[in-house]
Design a protein around this ligand. Structure first.
Ligand SMILES: [Zn+2]
Ligand SMILES: [Zn+2]
Length: 424
């Protein structure tokens, strides 16, 4: 009897175990299947959501892109020509209707927001040509900033609507000079002119190497100062002034004032040597420690030296006029061991006479600086965006493209103007 009961209990226990185990397996199977199903569903869902977002994004992008194209086409609609200044020769600029440029592969077309007059342009206006930069008849002007309206195939860094400053040149990057980091001396420096126009074509090499996005806080006409400012920064850097040095700058033209301002911002004592009354005030405003306004070269030399301890002369003299007389003056301004930078380019076939004894026995360094490099152009734009540089002080007037001849005539005769912003 007892064993029967025991057996029954044992059998019962086994049955329960089997049932429980069977049940557990079933539950486990169900859970596993369920999990698999959930995972599949979630995964499928994610895929669907991702592709929906992807498609949506693409659609939005296409719509925006198409919209932009449509707006641009509408803006340019019916227009195949634009107003542009053409230099025909000496003191002969004509505003003509010419075809609006098209962006080929790698190129940009920029709507010019502001183009600035420049001493180089004034020289070209007077002489009717520039050996390295422009041979008439040609589009004219090289300092500008504006807004991209067309980007050619293969341009990925810029798109329509971008505010850019496209520099007036770009080096090849392959010649002896480029490889030595002297890109301003590139054997194949590519120049671009045509800033005095409604639109300007930016060649592929300049797009790739020397076109910069303008920070939002910088107005276009200030950004257009990048090119001359790059020359000024380059000139000062090449002159290697040391802390505490006195830097004299000969010339109160746009570049003379710019070099002066950059030197003052860098903390050097500065002497600005100018000719005209209007330049005295500008030099003071831009940070000149002293301003020398003398009627003759001899007086300017005496007065400048008198501002240095023991009349010894300045540490660095930068010539920013571009005449043989002022080149010679610069040599007479520096102390023993001083540095002269012949920054201003003189007319072709001019020569200077130098006192060999003074240069040798006073251990004077003579050097010259031409143009700029892509790295220095970036520094210049950063300086403009930084806020300490008084960009507004360099733009003393505004004029329409049609007034360009008159503006240059005025620049030839009157000297209180620094730069005029030409708005097409
Ligand atoms: Zn210039
Ligand atoms: Zn090169």
């Amino acid at each position: 009897m007892a064993s029967t009961v025991k057996d029954a209990i044992l059998r019962g226990r086994k049955t329960v175990k089997t049932v429980v185990e069977g049940g557990r397996k079933k539950v486990e199977n169900v859970v596993e299947e369920g999990l698999n199903t959930v995972e599949t569903v979630v995964e499928a869902g994610l895929n669907t959501v991702e592709s929906a977002v992807g498609v949506g994004r693409r659609t939005v992008e296409t719509v925006v892109h198409q919209g932009r194209r449509t707006v641009e086409n509408t803006l340019l609609h019916g227009r195949v020509t634009m107003r542009a200044a053409i230099l025909h020769g000496r003191e002969d600029i004509r505003i003509e209707q010419v075809p609006i440029p098209k962006a080929a592969t790698g190129e940009l077309v920029v709507r010019v927001g502001a183009a600035l007059t420049c001493g180089t342009d004034l020289k070209v206006f007077r002489r009717g040509y520039h050996a390295r930069m422009i041979v008439p008849p040609a589009l004219f002007g090289h300092e500008q900033a504006g807004t991209v309206v067309e980007a050619g195939d293969g341009v990925s860094d810029f798109s329509p609507g971008d505010r850019v400053v496209a520099l007036n040149s770009a080096p090849c990057g392959q010649c002896y000079f480029c490889l030595r980091g002297q890109e301003n001396l590139c054997d194949d420096l590519l120049f671009n002119n045509g800033a005095y126009a409604e639109f300007i074509r930016i060649p592929e090499r300049i797009v790739a190497k020397n076109t910069l996005i303008i920070p939002e806080n910088v107005p276009l006409e200030h950004a257009a100062l990048t090119e001359p400012l790059a020359c000024a920064v380059h000139g000062l850097e090449d002159s290697c002034p040391r802390k505490g040095d006195i830097v004299a700058v000969i010339g109160g033209g746009p570049l003379g004032l710019m070099i002066l301002h950059v030197a003052a911002l860098a903390g050097f004592k500065t002497i600005s040597i100018v000719k005209h009354d209007g330049q005295v005030e500008a030099a003071r405003q831009l940070g000149a420690t002293y301003v020398v306004q003398a009627s003759t070269v001899r007086k300017a030399i005496r007065e400048t030296r008198a501002l240095t301890p023991g009349d010894r002369g300045v540490d660095v003299a930068i010539e920013a006029v571009g005449t043989p007389d002022t080149w010679q003056e610069a040599v007479e301004l520096v102390r023993k061991g001083g540095t002269v930078n012949f920054f201003g380019g003189c007319a072709a076939n001019t020569h200077v006479t130098l006192d060999t004894n003074r240069i040798h026995y006073s251990d004077i360094t003579l050097r010259a600086t031409f143009h700029h490099t892509p790295a220095i152009c970036r520094k210049a734009l950063a300086l403009i965006a930084g806020g300490r540089f008084q960009a507004g002080a360099f733009i003393t007037g505004h004029a329409h493209l049609y007034e360009l001849n008159r503006v240059f005539e005025k620049l030839m005769n009157r000297s209180s103007e620094i730069k005029t912003a030409i708005v097409p």
